[in-house]
Design a protein. Structure first.
Length: 194
């Protein structure tokens, strides 16, 4: 086994980040149609060099998914912690999610709907599980009740907001503000009083 040169590690890490930046540019332009060939061309290299840095397509797409979902999870956690009332926290969190997919619709489509990015789906599932757990912890702390209720609600909320976000990106059937208001009402129980 060859020894690792500690001097070359920072340069390799910087090169990897530069390649991820090139991949990011392609995904933002091409969304679900991004491919290894277009990413390599954007970076000015050949596909084998991409493979050398990421192992294979799944390694590259997993690194991209980690980059995107990590940033989004931080934004959502900040939104959850920023509100003073339950309604404000819900509205801020839903809005943060919808704002993210509105600002980067191609990234969202790449992560969620791309056959090409299928190898990164485990990172996306991991993200939704972490977000669901985060919501469940907040629900349990605020509302109480059995832990399975908080978990069911957390997962249900994530699925509902993601599905509504898909519909909204495709149709723009209402403004983001209107969708935030409608989803917040639904989550806070206004459905039975409408």
């Amino acid at each position: 086994m060859a020894a690792v040169d500690p001097v070359r590690l920072p340069a390799r890490a910087a090169r990897r980040e530069a390649l991820l930046d090139a991949a990011d540019r392609i995904v933002r332009r091409a969304g679900p149609t991004a491919s290894m060939a277009t990413i390599a061309a954007e970076a000015g290299i050949t596909k084998p060099i991409l493979y050398r840095h990421f192992g294979d397509k799944s390694g590259l797409y997993a690194a991209l998914a980690d980059r995107y979902t990590g940033r989004l999870l931080e934004d959502l956690q900040s939104a959850l912690e920023a509100g003073r009332t339950r309604r404000d926290r819900v509205a801020r969190t839903v809005d943060a999610y919808l704002a993210a997919i509105e600002q980067e619709p191609q990234v969202y489509r790449f992560l969620v709907h791309s056959d090409e990015a299928a190898p990164a789906q485990s990172q996306v599932r991991s993200f939704t599980r972490r977000l669901s757990a985060l919501l469940a912890a907040g629900i349990a702390a605020e509302v109480g009740g059995p832990p399975q209720r908080a978990s069911a609600w957390g997962h249900g909320i994530v699925g509902m907001v993601q599905s509504a976000g898909d519909w909204w990106l495709d149709t723009r059937g209402c403004s983001r503000e209107e969708l935030v208001s409608e989803l917040t009402d639904l989550l806070l129980g206004a459905y039975g009083t409408a």
